[in-house]
Design a binder for this molecule. Sequence first.
Ligand code: C2E
Ligand code: MG
Ligand code: MG
Ligand code: MG
Length: 293
Amino acid sequence: WAKAAGGDRYEVYDASRHDAQALRSTLATGLRSALHRDDFTLRYQPIVRLTDGVPIGAEALLRWTHPEHGPVAPEIFIDLAEEIGLIGQLGRWVLGRGCQQAASWYRELGERAPFVSVNLSARQLHDVGLAEELLRTLAEVGLPPTRLQVELTESALLGPAQGPADVLQALAAHGVRVAVDDFGTGYSNLAYLRRLPVRELKIAGAFIEGLAPGHPGTPADRQIVASVIALAHGLNLTVTAEGVETLEQAQLLRSMGCDHAQGWWFARPGDPDVLTEMIVGRGGKPVDPVPTH
Ligand code: C2E
Ligand code: MG
Ligand code: MG
Ligand code: MG
């Protein structure tokens, strides 16, 4: 610290790096025991149809609270789980739980049940046994494969490897929906859209933010969103807008022909019951009223 005060920043830099290392290993230990204790939860965020505001799906979002450090952002602990080789186990837990919830909605609501959309990390797709295992889980819990969606980011879909493509083909052949997450934020290589069984593009929230009039990103973001919608529809895919926070954004997206939306305007990620109530008609948020001009 004396050195740092004298203008040499290395000590401070080393100290914070050391702290970061220490925190990392604390979290790694915590993650391992959390897996043993089943100490994770899934929150569900409704995905609504923009024409009528009806929830048609739910994204499962993983939550973990470290006993001393409190809630940890999923980006952080999921990256860490990948690095320390736990993502396979953690991913399996998420898929198992997500499928159970989807099956319970299916029993309760029948045709009105939402599909559950589960995020898969790139590493999971490299597990060649994934498709078989997942299809077995679906059969065990009694969930029609069409009620499950998997979300992958562009970078997970880009590689030339045949394994991930085979896994996705096998799942899609049984009716599992495949969506591209955070579309437009990866590398602009679209070749994977030709060879993989994708059926939906999810536009990253970063582009939705600029849709409000007066926002500095507006002209560019509107153009980008319109182009993604056109691209998706041209390829016979559906589009979901992520991160919809205002009625204005929801209305604009609907008028632009966007199919589905999710975001805080409709509902924050929450308990499964919240979504059930939206579907049976006691909650929910209409995209109407339509503007008065
Ligand atoms: P994502 O898959 O793109 O999920 C959307 C993120 O946006 C979620 O953050 C969600 O809570 C947040 N969000 C939803 N609506 C709004 C909104 O209106 N405004 C804003 N600003 N944000 C909104 P969350 O839950 O923190 O998850 C972050 C990321 O962590 C996810 O991004 C996903 O990449 C990853 N993740 C979460 N759960 C899992 C999982 O089970 N497996 C894997 N592999 N990744 C996961
Ligand atoms: Mg996602
Ligand atoms: Mg996303
Ligand atoms: Mg993301």
